[in-house]
Design a protein around this ligand. Sequence first.
Ligand SMILES: NC(=O)c1ccc[n+]([C@@H]2O[C@H](COP(=O)([O-])OP(=O)(O)OC[C@H]3O[C@@H](n4cnc5c(N)ncnc54)[C@H](OP(=O)(O)O)[C@@H]3O)[C@@H](O)[C@H]2O)c1
Length: 274
Amino acid sequence: MPTRLRPPAMPPTGPGPPCGRGRPGSLADPLLARSRPGDDNGGVTTTTRQDHASDGRSPWTAPSARTSVGILGAGELGMALASRLLGTEYDVRLATRRPAAATAELIAPFLPGVTAVGRAEAYACDIVIAAIPLRRYRSLPAEALRGRIVVDVMNHRPLVDGPRPEFDEDPRATSEIVQEHLPGAYVVRTLNHIGAREISNDSRPTGEEGRRALAVASDHPAATATVSVLVDALGFDPVDAGPLAHARAFEPGTPIFHGRWTAEGLRSALAEAL
Ligand SMILES: NC(=O)c1ccc[n+]([C@@H]2O[C@H](COP(=O)([O-])OP(=O)(O)OC[C@H]3O[C@@H](n4cnc5c(N)ncnc54)[C@H](OP(=O)(O)O)[C@@H]3O)[C@@H](O)[C@H]2O)c1
């Protein structure tokens, strides 16, 4: 039976901001740029748990310290993620543009147990999930997020956000644009091709037959690995989609975005799309 993955221990650092144990510099610094498309498998890697270890545990699993997750946004998705992470080993913080006390008041009826913080504290977490409208991505502060893993769940939704030439006219994946805005951060694209309600409805234990899979793309393999553990803890099979450019394959309008996939099906769909 596969063993449940646990959040990785973050490397020890000196005194740091209140959320997390300081900047995960020694995690981030060795992150080498992923080889670009053109790898012999088209750049789609399949670094699943099973691929790495026969005992079902991942080599990046290092259970000892609590990894902090700062969620930016208390909308449908931010709340769903925070709710699902309650009871896991992650230390979850949630922030909006409001002061922490106002966010606390907002979330208290729905998420007792989740700590509301100001944005600065959320930026200081080990993993920062940007669950805000994509049109606001420029409000993400490049300096404060330097060295952070930033999970980009933000989709370009013209019907909600209106036309956005900066995305409509740019052939890149929107996450590449976000990464360009945050040059010192390790942007990971995932959790965008699942609805907020499905986060709890479709969540299944590790190893369960037919478990839903979610693609994970980043130019930083160690960040992909770290976020894959988070995806597993949320109840989904992470499938490494390769570099951030591959995230185009699971943006709105694509078959992957609008479908439900097992890991095997998702790997095939990615290979076909890329
Ligand atoms: N809903 C889904 O099912 C779903 C699924 C996949 C992906 N997504 C993506 O996830 C993102 C969030 O979607 P949603 O439906 O949860 O949106 P939403 O309901 O509009 O909520 C957005 C939240 O972000 C907060 N916010 C806005 N700017 C912020 C900033 N700069 N810093 C911190 N918080 C900020 C807002 O609170 P204040 O205005 O009070 O700050 C609000 O709580 C979108 O990009 C969407 O495309 C959504």
